[in-house]
Design a protein around this ligand. Structure first.
Ligand code: ADP
Ligand code: MG
Length: 692
């Protein structure tokens, strides 16, 4: 149950004075339905009303606050606005109103009365005027005037004043909450208490107070990050309590396969394999993410894990997001597994009739100890005798239900998720903090760096000539055309068009692959390119991940400016895998936006996937990097991962430490932390506590 002390914050905004059911809808759209949501609606600017010159010294386009005497009214007619003439000892100021009833203004500004007015000054015909002053106060109301006002993001129909009043009313509801931040940390960072911080962020005194790094804003950002870190730490702790199976290999298969690989494993691969094996041996459920840049050698690691599961008496399944990838994985795994005489099955949507039936039968009987496939593995009639290890390649391309769907076909199966998207550490902790992670940070030896250049599209003839020269040196070439979802047909036409122009230049040597082709045609083209027939493959991003053709040494990316940084990096990872130096040409349409220029620049500078991911995070923000759909992250409202990067690691460590000392959050600080989880709607994590 939510602590009662939070009730006022979780009340609907309509409990606040001045918010009716009509305006509530607008507030809800803007900030959210609860009092709490208003507190998290932070100002993005300030209005400084401190300037208070005499009328003669007024300046155009400045906010001024002055005390004036009302001299007379000039009602408007037609298009002419209503005017109220005011004065001080130095001159005359006209207040201008459009579409406002005269009697209302007569009451607000009676002739002969003294009034405080505040607003933006303009000049009209050389005379100062103020259109619709922000404030008109009687002298005795002077204390209502705030010299500096926060400016909030607005929505049509809500006035700044209404919003300010609503936030002020929300601030009146603030309960005194026990501190959840470690006192030493709070002291070291100079952070205010929670209540002080909430008040402070809504009372900026200068532009500087709007910065994400003020002590108050930083503290609230930390609260939010801490809540999310605590939630993932709780999820992880719960998973570690879940029953799993202890799988121990005996080296009978892995030993033979390793000996026959033809290369030695890298240190990073060895470490990952050891981490995975150690966790498989534990009697708890493994959910481990194997992260490694394109070409870092994840497949072999997966294979060893699969063989370990088989040695332990179970079966293993690897699911890949596309048929091409599944086919390639199958070929690679089977090739290596031959050394141990392990048969690896294959199942996609294309296996039909007898072939499919016999595959299913042999998985169900256990005759086939391992299988590689696509989503087809999830079909209800796919059964295993004893599935012990589930491997998901390119895990982010599957939904959670799909991953769990395959897991559910096993008996307390362990799960190995693979990702070629290097995720920055901060994001990793936020998005996947509940997973255990192995990282392949080192690439297999003998790779040449890729020479990456940007070329304007106008120079495409030169590019074609260069491609021809590369082909005569026996290099294979990828030619990538963008495929944007919004206009798939137009892009499809562009790919086919490019194929049409290139095919006659290099007769018989140009292939075409795109997502709309029949799978058989696609596979034929891919196979032709991987084999000896084709040397140039015009493709969309269907070749994005996993596909491995070592002779591919040149990649041309058309309209590189339309791709994301991470995607370009992924694409480029397709080349530079063999022993030849390789080149990537990024063709762009001018003029390039600033952002596109930065992106292409970074790509030219580095091939380090983790560095590229960090830059991508900076350029695009967290949601985009992960993709909103796949991340399933509750959006951060107060924290900004780019600005508050260092806080993530602190919160990560602190959350784990807290749970080590007080796993059920029962101490005094534990109770405060429960309130924190509710405050940031990580209540789900509180359920984990109850489940014990
Ligand atoms: P990833 O799936 O991580 O992109 P792969 O597993 O496809 O990478 O490996 C890329 C290439 O590197 C493959 O051709 C693979 O055979 C090779 N490879 C993997 N590990 C090593 C190693 N330790 N030494 C040399 N080559 C390796
Ligand atoms: Mg791979």
């Amino acid at each position: 149950m939510r602590p009662a002390i939070l009730d006022k914050l979780f009340a609907p905004i309509t409990v606040l004075p001045g918010i009716g059911s009509q305006s509530a809808k607008l507030f809800e759209r803007l900030a959210g339905p609860l009092v709490l949501d208003l507190l998290w609606h932070l100002p993005t600017g300030i209005v400084d009303r401190r300037a208070s010159p005499p009328i003669r010294q007024l300046e155009a386009d400045r906010i001024a606050t002055l005390t004036v005497c009302v001299e007379g009214h000039q009602p408007g007619f037609g298009r002419r606005p209503y005017r109220v003439i005011c004065s001080d000892k130095t001159g005359t100021l006209t207040l201008v109103y459009f579409n406002v009833k005269g009697d209302q203004l007569a009451r607000l500004l009676p002739v002969g009365a003294e009034r405080i007015v505040s607003g933006r000054v303009e000049f009209y015909g050389g005379m100062p005027q103020m259109a619709h002053p922000d404030l008109v106060l009687r002298p005795e109301e002077a204390e209502r005037l705030k010299p500096i006002e926060p400016v909030y993001p607005l929505t049509a129909g809500l006035s700044p004043r209404l919003l300010q009043r609503a936030v002020a009313a929300a601030l009146d509801q603030l309960p005194g909450l026990a501190e959840w931040i470690d006192p030493a940390l709070r002291e070291r960072r100079g952070w205010p208490l929670w209540g002080e911080a909430v008040h402070a962020v809504h009372a900026p005194a200068s532009e500087g107070d709007l910065s994400p790094t003020t002590p108050a804003r930083e503290r609230l950002a930390y609260d939010e990050i801490f809540a999310s870190q605590l939630a993932v730490a709780l999820a992880r702790a719960r998973r570690h309590r879940q029953k799993g199976r202890a799988i121990t290999g005996n080296g009978a298969l892995t030993g033979r396969v390793e000996a026959a690989l033809g290369f030695g494993l890298t240190g990073a691969q060895r470490l990952a394999i050891a981490e995975i094996a150690a966790e498989m041996r534990q009697p708890r459920r493994m959910v481990r993410l194997l992260q490694g840049d394109v070409g870092s050698g994840k497949t072999v690691v997966a294979l060893i894990a699969m063989l370990t599961a088989i040695e332990g008496g179970g079966q293993a399944a690897l699911m890949a997001p596309t048929e091409i990838l599944a086919r390639q994985h199958h070929a690679t795994l089977q090739h290596h597994a031959d050394a141990a005489r392990v048969e690896i099955g294959f199942l996609t949507g294309r296996e039909k009739g007898k072939v499919r039936a016999s595959m299913l039968a042999s998985l169900a009987s256990g005759l086939t100890p391992a299988v590689v496939g696509t989503h087809a593995l999830l079909q209800p009639d796919v059964e295993f005798r004893d599935l012990a290890l589930v491997v998901i390649d390119e895990q982010h391309r599957f939904g959670v239900e799909q991953r769990l769907g395959l897991y559910a076909k096993g008996r307390d199966a362990d799960t190995l998720l693979m990702s070629a998207t290097p995720i920055p550490r901060t994001l990793m902790m936020t998005a996947y903090g509940d997973l255990d992670v192995s990282r392949l940070t080192e690439k297999p030896p003998g790779r040449h760096p890729v020479d990456t250049r940007t070329v304007a599209l106008e120079r495409i003839d030169d590019v074609v000539a260069a491609v021809g020269r590369a082909m005569s040196r026996r290099a294979k070439v990828y030619w990538i055309c963008p495929m944007v979802e919004e206009s798939e047909t137009a892009d499809l036409a562009a790919v086919e068009e490019r194929h049409k122009t290139l095919a006659p230049i290099f007769p018989g040597r140009v292939g075409l692959v795109h997502g709309r082709m029949k799978p058989a045609d696609k596979d034929r083209a891919m196979a032709g390119f991987a084999g000896g027939e084709l040397d140039l493959l015009v493709a969309t991003t269907v070749i994005e991940v996993g596909v491995d053709v070592p002779e591919a040494a040149v990649m041309v990316i058309e309209h590189a400016e339309r791709f994301g940084l991470a995607q370009l990096h992924q694409l480029r990872g397709r080349i530079g895998r063999g022993d030849k130096p390789s080149t990537c040409l990024l063709l762009y349409a001018s003029p390039l936006s600033e952002l596109a220029k930065r992106r292409l620049g970074i790509l030219r500078e580095t091939e380090d996937g983790f560095r590229i991911a960090e830059e991508d995070l900076r350029l695009r923000g967290a949601g985009e990097v992960l993709g909103t759909r796949q991340s399933g992250l509750p959006p951060l409202r107060l924290a900004d991962l780019a600005a508050h990067e260092e806080l993530v690691a602190i919160a990560h460590d602190d959350a784990r430490l807290v749970l080590e000392r007080d796993p059920h959050l029962e101490s005094q600080r534990g109770q405060a932390l429960r309130a924190l989880l509710y405050l940031f709607r990580r209540d789900e994590a509180v359920q984990y506590l109850r489940a014990g």
